[in-house]
Each structure stands twice: as C-alpha cells, then as structure tokens.
Design a protein around this ligand. Structure first.
Ligand code: HEM
Length: 179
C-alpha cells in the first residue's frame, strides 16, 4: 500500500482525535515501518489494518465507517494531486465506470507497485451503474466514500447500495442510482 494512504490517514486521525491517538494506535501495532511513513514509500497493508483496528477499538467506530470517512478525506487529496485526471470527466457515472480501464491504469503508471482493486461493470445506463468490486483488502467502504464524493464533485447525488458476494468483503456488488 502506498505511503500517501498512510500519511493522509494519520493526518486525519491527528486532526479528528489528536496526536495522542496517533501515538496510541502506532504503539499498539507491530509495524515494520515503526509508524514512520513517506508519501512515496510502499508499506504492508497489514500495517493499515492494524492501525484501523486499534483506532476502531479506541473510538468505538466500525472499521467500515472509519474507511468511509477516510475515503471522503482522500478524495480531496485526489482533487488536489490529480486535477487533470478528474477534468477528463463531466459525469460521475462515466468516471466511476472508468476506474478500471482508465483511472487506476493511470495510477499504476505513477505507482507501479500500487495495490488496486478491480471493478467490473455489470450494467450501465445514463443514471445507474452496477459494479463488482474485488480486492483481497476488502476496502469496499473506501470505495463507497470515494463514490459519494465523486457525485458531490459533479454537484450530483446518488443512492449507493452494496451487497457482499463474499462474507469477508473481498467481493462486493455496488448498485448506484443517480437521484
Ligand atoms: C486505491 C488513486 C479514484 C477506488 C487507490 C490508491 C490510489 C488510488 C493511489 C492506493 C493504492 C495503494 O495503496 O497501493 C486514485 C485516483 C483516483 C481514484 C488518483 C481518481 C482520479 C477512485 C474511485 C474509486 C476508487 C472514484 C471508487 C470506486 C479505490 C479503492 C482503493 C483504491 C476501493 C483501495 C484498494 C483496494 O480496495 O484494494 N486509488 N483512485 N478509486 N481506489 Fe482509487
């Protein structure tokens, strides 16, 4: 997992819960990095999982909800860092249905070692989209948060439901309906 995902996560934890919480979740985890991350480095996903688990234990907020809120923050990082990529799109459904064949393809050019999910488009209309998310990291709620913000970015809203195909969340079906 790319360092930018860790640095932005810890910044958000500091912002919402204070530096003491950052210290607490790092100390409670067994981290090869010792909790020192650079934006361009690459670190094990198990480090993110441990940080999320300890933050969840300390705040009583579920990992899914933490990932949802974190993704909403991460979207603003994307807006700042990759304005050109977003400017390619005029419509949220067009953008979300292009993650697999365009957006994450570009991301992989920038970070060859990025660990990305796959999104398969099952059905697409002007106002709806059905997708299958697959990833060993089960970060579907991170995807949900990015999708919510994608609609907001285009001054639009949608109802987005998800249904686990695999109990462990490594395969999830998304139903998106523009309001
Ligand atoms: C992961 C970039 C749009 C879904 C990532 C990562 C980056 C990235 C850098 C981390 C890779 C790693 O840590 O190795 C971008 C950029 C986007 C974009 C630049 C737009 C210009 C989206 C959108 C979605 C999405 C709109 C919503 C469906 C995900 C998910 C992950 C991810 C779910 C977590 C990894 C996983 O589930 O395996 N993306 N992304 N991305 N992205 Fe994107």
């Amino acid at each position: 997992m790319k360092g930018i995902v860790f640095t932005e996560f810890l910044d958000l934890v500091e912002d919402k819960f204070g530096l003491e919480m950052v210290d607490r979740i790092i100390t409670a985890s067994t981290l090869k990095s010792d909790g020192v991350y650079t934006a361009v480095g690459t670190y094990s996903f198990s480090e993110m999982l441990q940080l999320l688990e300890h933050l969840s234990e300390n705040t009583g907020i579920s990992i899914d909800n933490l990932l949802l809120v974190y993704a909403e923050h991460f979207f603003s990082v994307i807006e700042k860092s990759y304005p050109g990529l977003l400017a390619t799109y005029k419509d949220p459904i067009e953008m979300i249905s292009s993650i697999e064949n365009h957006i994450h393809v570009e991301v992989r050019k920038i970070y060859p070692d990025a660990e990305l999910p796959t999104f398969e488009v099952l059905d697409k209309t002007e106002d709806s989209l059905v997708l299958i998310y697959k990833s060993s990291r089960a970060m579907h709620h991170f995807g949900l948060g990015l999708m919510n913000k994608t609609f907001e970015h285009f001054n639009s809203t949608a109802k987005i439901d998800l249904e686990k195909i695999k109990e462990d969340g490594t395969e999830v079906r998304f139903f998106i309906q523009r309001n």
